[in-house]
Design a binder for this molecule. Structure first.
Ligand SMILES: NC(=O)c1ccc[n+]([C@@H]2O[C@H](COP(=O)([O-])OP(=O)(O)OC[C@H]3O[C@@H](n4cnc5c(N)ncnc54)[C@H](OP(=O)(O)O)[C@@H]3O)[C@@H](O)[C@H]2O)c1
Length: 349
């Protein structure tokens, strides 16, 4: 890891969810670069204080504003937990506080993107789509898109290690995603180190934001796990409709969340791949690494560092819109992430 201390505007960095699976890496990495300036936060007061932080709850906007105003010198907030709506983002941006959001829910990211004018007026920058997916998927998609001279179609594939101890909130988010309706088809894709895998359409936010930021008409993100049997079982369960919300499904979702939080079959590796197509042109990029929570946290830490030191433009931006962040996959090589450029093209489908 780069341990050199950084300058940048004075003031503290509040990491909300700062002792969770992703947030713990954000907190420790930023604390190396900005010693004495990082404040982790969460709802458990005793735990927050043990980490030198504060009690804070994103579902309590009044209390959230009081914490921001009480700290008095917060320069940046890193959201490592999804708030219920965009009120928390508004509270940060209207105060001129920069923001990094690792959330993966389309509805929430769209609501924050609507605060662009407010952020510009306040001189604040918010970066969305930060992590592995969304995040690194967006950056690979941008490269593949540029390589074909503007994609007509983008296919993103995410493989997650079912042996990793993913955070509870991340598991809950994934199980909830299984309940959403599906329009695209599964696809077979080669993932470096994992062979040919069947990946299933999944509601990661990247496919929606990329279709707008890159003006690509057809974008689909698909998911598989490193364990083939678990992938097959999970998506067979989805096809039964048992997980859909609105009926007696929350109980089934809770059971599945608990099972995934306890059972760790498989490894802790992950892979992402982006394929862009335009006519008969095809470009593909992929990367692999270990521990998606840790790498998501590293992406958030590097984005925060760029926010504080690289004069990013004011406003709300998805990661692929900021050229200063385009080399992040190469930067992550120091943390065991391997980038593969232009994989052998897959046969045209
Ligand atoms: N972009 C990506 O690639 C990516 C990757 C992984 C995860 N994520 C997203 O990141 C989020 C966190 O994932 P995780 O794996 O780190 O989960 P986690 O281990 O469960 O961590 C969640 C953290 O947030 C805190 N928290 C929960 N509710 C809160 C609230 N209302 N107010 C303030 N703090 C709260 C928790 O502490 P307390 O319970 O003490 O409050 C905990 O520290 C999830 O929404 C997940 O979907 C995104």
């Amino acid at each position: 890891m780069t341990t050199a201390k950084c300058d940048g505007p004075a003031g503290r960095i509040l990491v909300v969810g700062g002792y969770g699976a992703v947030g713990a890496t954000v907190t420790s990495t930023l604390a190396e670069w900005f010693p004495g300036r990082v404040v982790p936060g969460g709802r458990d007061e005793a735990r927050a204080r043990r980490h030198g932080g504060v009690r804070i709850d994103v579902s309590d906007p009044v209390g959230f504003r009081q914490v921001l105003d009480g700290l008095g010198d917060v320069t940046a907030v890193v959201l490592c937990v999804e708030p219920p709506d965009a009120v928390i983002a508004r509270a940060c941006l209207e105060r001129g506080i920069h923001m990094v959001d690792i959330g993966a829910t389309r509805r929430l990211l769209d609501a924050v993107a609507e605060l662009h004018g407010l952020a510009v007026g306040a001189g604040a920058t918010a970066v969305l789509s930060v992590g592995v997916a969304p995040g690194l998927t967006n950056l690979l998609a941008r490269r593949a898109h540029d390589a074909v001279g503007g994609a007509q179609r983008l296919d993103l594939t995410v493989l997650l290690g079912s042996g990793e101890r993913h955070g509870v909130d991340a598991v809950r988010w994934t199980v909830a995603g299984l309940a959403e309706p599906v329009t695209a088809r599964p696809e077979r894709t080669v993932l470096p180190g994992y062979g040919t895998r069947t990946a299933h359409p999944f509601p990661f936010s990247d496919q929606h934001s990329l279709s707008r930021t890159l003006s690509v008409p057809e974008v689909t993100t698909r998911l598989c796990l490193d364990s083939r049997p678990l992938t097959a079982a999970l998506f067979a369960l989805r096809r039964t409709g048992l997980l859909r919300t609105g009926t007696a499904r929350p109980g089934v979702q809770r059971m599945l969340t608990a099972a995934f939080s306890r059972v760790h079959l498989g490894g802790d590796g992950f892979a992402v791949r982006a394929d862009a197509r335009r006519g008969d042109r095809h470009a593909a990029y992929a990367l692999t690494g270990r521990e998606q929570s840790r790498v998501s946290g590293l992406v958030a830490a590097y984005v925060t560092r760029a926010l504080l030191t690289a004069a990013l433009p004011a406003g709300v931006h998805h990661i692929e819109q900021l050229r200063a962040l385009a080399d992040l996959p190469e930067t992550l090589a120091a943390h065991g992430v391997t980038l593969l450029r232009r994989l052998d093209p897959q046969p045209q489908r």
